[in-house]
Design a protein around this ligand. Structure first.
Ligand code: BG6
Length: 297
C-alpha cells in the first residue's frame, strides 16, 4: 500500500484496495454506479453505471507499475501535452506520479466525492510553485475537476492540461463523434497540418489524431453497436482531442492489444497548443468534465 494510510474513516461504499501491480486503488460503489481510481496518476480506470457496459476503456495489456503510465482510463495530462522540447517524457509527469488521497466524502444523495493532490516532486521544481488537485465525483454521472493553483507571488504559471479519457465502444466502425463541426484542428497524422472540420460527424477508418482548438462545445459519442450515446460536457476547456491509433499504431504500442483499437475511442478535454493556459500569481483555474451516458433512441 502506498501513501494513503487509513487516517480517517472512509464513507460506506468507498475502500482502498491493493489493485493491479500492487498499486493502491480507491474503489467506489454508489446506488447508480461503480468506479475505481488508482493513486498512481490519480487515474480513473473504471466507471460503470448499473445495467450498462463500462464507460471507460482500459487495455488488457496496460502496465500497472510505478513510473509507467496506465494505458486507458483517464490519464491526467499536465503540465504539457504531447512531446515538449527540452523536457523528458510525453504528456507531462502528473500521470506517472503517486498522488495522495486528501478526502473522500458522501453527499445526502449518495454521491461520492474524492479529492486527490499531486505531492511535491522533483519534476515540478522547473515550474513556479503550484498545487494540483483532482476531484472525482461518482454518481449517476462521472464528474472530474482538475484544479491548478499558482502559488508563486511573482511568476505566471504556463501549462497545458487534459483529461485524456478513453471510452469503451462496441465497434469503432459503428461509432461517430459529433459536436466539432467548424472547429479547426491539427492533423497529427499529416505532419500537424491545420485543417477545419467540415463534417457533422467524425467516423473512423484510419489512424485519427486531432487536437481540435478553440472549441468549448459538448461532444457526443454515438455508439450504434452498444446502443449508447455518451455526452462529454466540459468547462474551462478550449481544446478537444480525438484519438484512435488504428491498426499499425496499435501494433507498435507495447501496452495495447493489436485489436483493441476497435473497442475504444479517446475524446480528451483540455487546453493544449495555442490554448495553453497562463495563470497569474495567486490564481486558480479548474478544468471540469462531466460524462453522461444514455441508451440510444
Ligand atoms: C493523444 C495524442 O492525446 O495521446 C497522440 O494526440 C498519442 O499523439 C496518444 O499517441 C497516446 O499517447 P501516449 O503517450 O499515452 O502513448
Amino acid at each position: 500500500m502506498s501513501n494513503t494510510a487509513h487516517q480517517y474513516k472512509l464513507p460506506d461504499g468507498v475502500s482502498i484496495l491493493d489493485g493491479r501491480g500492487g498499486l493502491s486503488v480507491v474503489s467506489v460503489k454508489t446506488p447508480w454506479s461503480s468506479a475505481e481510481v488508482y493513486l498512481h496518476g490519480a487515474h480513473v480506470t473504471h466507471f460503470q453505471k448499473n445495467g450498462e457496459p463500462p464507460l471507460i476503456f482500459v487495455s488488457q495489456c496496460s502496465r500497472f507499475a510505478e513510473g509507467q503510465p496506465i494505458r486507458g482510463g483517464v490519464p491526467i495530462i499536465f503540465p504539457w501535452f504531447g512531446a515538449c522540447e527540452g523536457r523528458k517524457g510525453q504528456h507531462g509527469f502528473a500521470r506517472n506520479a503517486d498522488w495522495k488521497l486528501n478526502a473522500a466524502t458522501k453527499d445526502e444523495q449518495g454521491r461520492v466525492k474524492l479529492e486527490f493532490q499531486l505531492p511535491d516532486c522533483s519534476e515540478a521544481e522547473a515550474f513556479p510553485k503550484f498545487t494540483l488537485k483532482f476531484f472525482v465525483t461518482v454518481g449517476e454521472i462521472l464528474e472530474m475537476e482538475l484544479q491548478t493553483t499558482n502559488l508563486s507571488a511573482s511568476d505566471n504559471l504556463e501549462f497545458e492540461d487534459c483529461l485524456h479519457t478513453y471510452f469503451t465502444v462496441g465497434d469503432i466502425a459503428a461509432v461517430s463523434v459529433h459536436g466539432l463541426k467548424g472547429a479547426s484542428y491539427l492533423d497529427k497524422t499529416d505532419n500537424f497540418a491545420k485543417k477545419v472540420e467540415n463534417d457533422d460527424a467524425i467516423h473512423f477508418n484510419s489512424e485519427t489524431d486531432r487536437p481540435y482548438l478553440n472549441t468549448t462545445a459538448t461532444v457526443e459519442i454515438r455508439d450504434a453497436n452498444l446502443g449508447r450515446r455518451i455526452l462529454v460536457e466540459k468547462e474551462n476547456s478550449a481544446s478537444t482531442i480525438v484519438w484512435n491509433p488504428w491498426i499499425a499504431k496499435a501494433q507498435q504500442l507495447s501496452d495495447f492489444g493489436d485489436e483493441e483499437y476497435k473497442q475504444m475511442v479517446c475524446v480528451e478535454s483540455g487546453n493544449v497548443a495555442v490554448n495553453k493556459l497562463v495563470l497569474p500569481p495567486g490564481k486558480c483555474s479548474s478544468l471540469r468534465v462531466r460524462l453522461k451516458s444514455k441508451k440510444s433512441a
